[in-house]
Write a protein that binds this ligand. Structure first.
Ligand code: PHE
Length: 460
């Protein structure tokens, strides 16, 4: 800090921000305080007063001229406020350091009045405190042992005061000290409480709510179906989505040039040159019939939820990927009646007791006989008409085609080492997307794959 910094402008002092400015003022206070303390001892109070506040070109005026005026507007206001604070600081100390001998003959009233002015000055300074840091500075200003105002008054007023005035000065000084102490204590306590409040973690505040996802509707339907079959003794198995043609076709009694393969045209993997065989995305969950029977002896009761693929062009009812639940029950004495009873039980559990079922002859290479299961239309109650005319969902038929099924073709048992003379069973393949669309009134299968949150949110 250069000597006589008040004679130079802030920019020539290299100061261009508020931190630099506050440091300059701290230094000024220090200078002034030590000068005043010296002067009081040497009875030179008036010289200090003149140099800082009064004579032709006092320091506070130089500060105004050199520090405030030429400073750019963004900093100027800050410097001005600091200067005002500094003026008050100097004023109070000059007043406090005023040698009491000058007061002689003015009596107790004058003294009381002087103390009242000091108290007001303190109250003003306190009112200007914005935070704990300001309060700390004010505390040192007033109560600091070396240069605090109270100490200054003790030295300059109380100690040298004539005996007739001493009691008044003592009494007034005590009053002022108590006032300063108690007010500071109050404000500091309040500031600390406030700071604590800010740090405090309010456990009653609701936290940031992170939206929880929910299961995809397809998953939910899988779960519903699993629960129903689980309750009648089926277990759940899952299989690979990438299959060999053997499991997807051959072992299901679909030889290579069987025309049914056209219906199940699919995606074949591009394998490194020289790899023997082929791999494909399974076109149905039926390969798991074979894999399950290969692994275990009868009785078999499984369902297989999973994703399957076909080379379909996407539209409202077709997608290159969709979902099925395969069912397989094989035992020594399973009849067609068990089969229809099981299906009927499932459909009523899933859609409700009023829904009716029917089956029609159909064809699958791996079941014999094969059927197609229909349910009475859940939208028109099977009547084929609604209030607004022909039911759009079943197109007036009153029935909706739900899934393919049948008794396991004996040829299939040959592929897994079961004796077709000793075992019988049934299998079915439910199209889940279609089922979900029916049950929840969704008219576009693509909605399941687009993952639009507005859609998904409707099925929490
Ligand atoms: N896998 C057949 C399909 O995807 C459905 C089916 C499964 C048919 C089981 C009969 C038995 O179309």
């Amino acid at each position: 800090m250069p000597e006589n910094s008040y004679e130079k402008t802030l920019s020539s002092l290299g100061v261009n921000d508020s931190i630099g400015v506050s440091w300059l003022f701290v230094e000024l206070r220090r200078q002034f305080t030590s000068e005043l303390a010296d002067a009081v001892k040497k009875n030179e109070w008036a010289r200090v007063r003149d140099r800082w506040m009064r004579s032709g070109n006092p320091i506070v005026e130089q500060l105004e001229k050199n520090w405030v005026k030429p400073t750019p507007p963004e900093l100027q206001e800050y410097v001005l406020r600091q200067l005002q604070g500094f003026r008050a600081f100097v004023g109070i100390r000059l007043q406090a350091g005023y040698p009491l001998e000058h007061a002689e003959g003015r009596g107790p009233n004058w003294i009381e009045n002087e103390f009242l002015k000091l108290q007001t000055a303190f109250d003003n300074e306190l009112a200007g405190c914005l935070n704990e840091q300001d309060l700390g500075v004010t505390k040192i200003d007033w109560m600091g042992r070396k240069s605090g105002v109270l100490g200054l008054i003790t030295e300059t007023w109380l100690k040298p005061s004539p005996s007739d005035l001493k009691p008044v000065v003592g009494q007034e000084l005590n009053k002022l000290r108590k006032h300063v102490e108690s007010q500071l204590e109050l404000r500091i306590a309040a500031a600390e409480a406030g700071a604590e409040e800010e740090d405090h973690v309010d456990l009653s505040l609701p936290g940031v709510v992170r939206a929880l996802g929910s299961r995809h509707l397809i998953r939910q339907v899988f779960q519903e179906i699993e629960d129903i079959f689980f309750s009648i003794g089926f277990s759940v198995v899952e299989g690979p989505e990438i299959e060999t043609p053997y499991y997807n076709f051959e072992a299901l009694n679909i030889p290579e040039f069987h025309p049914v393969r056209d219906d199940m045209d699919t995606f074949y993997m591009e394998l490194p040159k020289g790899t023997p065989g082929q791999l494909l995305l399974r076109t149905h969950t039926s390969p798991m019939q074979i894999r399950t029977m290969e692994k275990q002896k009868p009785p078999v009761r499984v369902i297989v939820p999973g994703r399957v693929y076909r080379r379909d062009n996407p539209d409202a009812t077709h997608s290159f990927a969709f979902h099925q639940v395969e069912g397989l029950a094989v035992d020594s004495d399973i009849t067609f009646c068990d089969f229809t009873g099981t299906i009927e039980y499932f459909v009523k559990q899933f859609f409700g007791p009023s829904v009716k079922t029917r089956f029609r002859p159909s064809y699958f290479p791996f079941t014999e006989p094969s059927v197609e299961f229909d349910v009475s239309c859940v939208f028109c109650g099977g009547s084929g008409t609604t209030a607004s005319g022909t039911c759009g969902k079943c197109k007036g038929a009153g029935w909706i085609e739900l899934f393919g099924a049948g008794m396991v073709d004996p040829a299939v048992y040959g592929f897994v080492g079961y004796d077709p003379k000793k075992v019988s069973g049934f299998a079915f393949g439910i199209g889940i997307d279609r089922l979900a669309m029916l049950k929840y009134g969704i008219d576009d299968i693509q909605a399941f794959f687009q993952n639009d949150v507005r859609f998904l949110k409707q099925f929490p």
